[in-house]
Design a protein around this ligand. Structure first.
Ligand SMILES: Nc1ncnc2c1ncn2[C@@H]1O[C@H](COP(=O)(O)OP(=O)(O)O)[C@@H](O)[C@H]1O
Ligand SMILES: [Mg+2]
Length: 352
């Protein structure tokens, strides 16, 4: 069995040749913190692939698409890769930049082709990084870029509906701008699961620091918990940078050094500021709240919106009429002044 497993990892299905297909090397152990999120993602990604018979026994249809959203540098891409690694599925990664082409129809063809290949190489995971580019809201401006985005989106929508019949295919997407994604993608059967990837809390920061100092020679005096406490609002990427920078500071101090000490970490930490602010984090996390509000009370919110516009119209009427009055009065006054003035000049001219 071991030999079979080894052979399976070396020989892949030929149909996947030519597209960026690899099983990523990132595993769950490389991600610090975010335990709940890991578990949810594991269930959504691994279970339908590893326990497909259990799903068919109960006639439960698995999740078709998962959208990860949150501030940049908080491990969305890394999570998607770890999920694919754990499920040992073919991983088709498509980023917005790869999909854009100046030739009409080429981007859609690439998208369709990738989905076809994914279907043939199932179980597979299709990952859209920076998905807001591919699935941007329709009807924005009329520039050609938007037109490509719209065509891509409609292709994606029809293809995702086609996935109903296909087994063992999961669409994963990550974005920093969930508000920019078209609402049509959020309907059931498309991105059923929307997960918020928050900036790390204290415990997660400590674990991230541990992950990134795992292979480093750090001194006994290094207080990772203390650093985690002092790095509120730092993202995972920034913490990774902090560890790397501390190593460089140690080398700069003495190129023959064998360990990175606490003072090196402190020097770097004091020089760094988090890129995120509290307000930004609030606005990132508010997406879920607004989304659940709109999906649960769609008609209600529509009614409120209608009422609002009506109110606005009603309140606008007197304001508008008042403005017209003021303008016309001032116009009349100006006309009168002008005519008086010309009369006067005419009179003066006549007298001279
Ligand atoms: N929770 C975490 N644990 C370990 N490393 C992390 C974590 N969050 C972020 N990182 C590091 O930050 C880098 C950027 O993360 P990435 O997944 O690309 O972020 P995003 O896609 O959300 O912008 C990765 O290389 C990863 O090593
Ligand atoms: Mg990313």
């Amino acid at each position: 069995m071991e030999d079979w497993k080894h052979a399976r990892s070396v020989v892949g299905p030929s149909i996947t040749r030519g597209v960026t297909v690899e099983i990523p090397k990132v595993s769950w152990e490389d991600i610090g913190g975010l335990r709940d999120l890991n578990k949810k993602l594991q269930q959504a990604v691994e279970w339908p692939i590893k326990h497909s018979d259990a799903f068919s026994r109960l006639s439960v249809s698995p999740v078709r698409g998962v959208l990860l959203h949150g501030p940049p540098g908080c491990s969305k891409t890394t999570l998607a890769k770890a999920a694919a690694h754990a499920a040992q599925a073919s991983f088709f990664s498509l980023s917005g930049a790869e999909l854009y082409s100046m030739y009409v129809g080429e981007s859609e063809a690439l998208l369709r082709d990738t989905l076809r290949r994914a279907r043939l190489a199932a179980p597979s995971i299709i990952f859209f990084d920076e998905a807001d580019v591919v699935a941007a809201k329709r009807g924005g401006s009329s520039s050609s870029n938007i037109a490509v985005g719209e065509r891509l989106l409609s292709t994606l929508l029809t293809e995702m509906d086609g996935l109903e019949q296909a087994k063992g295919i999961l669409v994963l997407a990550a974005t920093n701008r969930p508000h920019a994604i078209d609402a049509a993608l959020m309907s059931p059967g498309r991105f059923d699961l929307v997960l918020y990837v928050p900036p790390p809390d204290l415990e997660s920061r400590y674990e991230i620091l541990r992950v990134h100092t795992r292979n480093m020679k750090v001194g006994d005096d290094v207080d990772l918990r203390g650093i985690a406490e002092d790095t509120e609002l730092f993202t995972g990427a920034e913490l990774e940078g902090l560890c790397r920078e501390a190593g460089i500071v140690a080398l700069r101090e003495n190129i023959t050094t064998t360990v990175v000490c606490n003072r090196h970490f402190q020097t770097v930490k004091d020089a760094l500021k988090p890129a995120l602010t509290k307000e930004e984090v609030d606005s990132y996390s508010s997406y879920m709240k607004t989304r659940s509000l709109t999906s649960s009370g769609q008609s209600e919110s529509n009614a409120i919106a209608n009422r609002d516009t009506k109110c606005k119209k009603n309140s606008l009427v007197p304001v508008l009429s008042l403005a017209t009055c003021v303008v016309s009065v001032s116009f009349l006054a100006a006309a009168k002044y002008f005519s008086m003035h010309t009369n006067q000049t005419r009179h003066e001219l006549a007298t001279t």
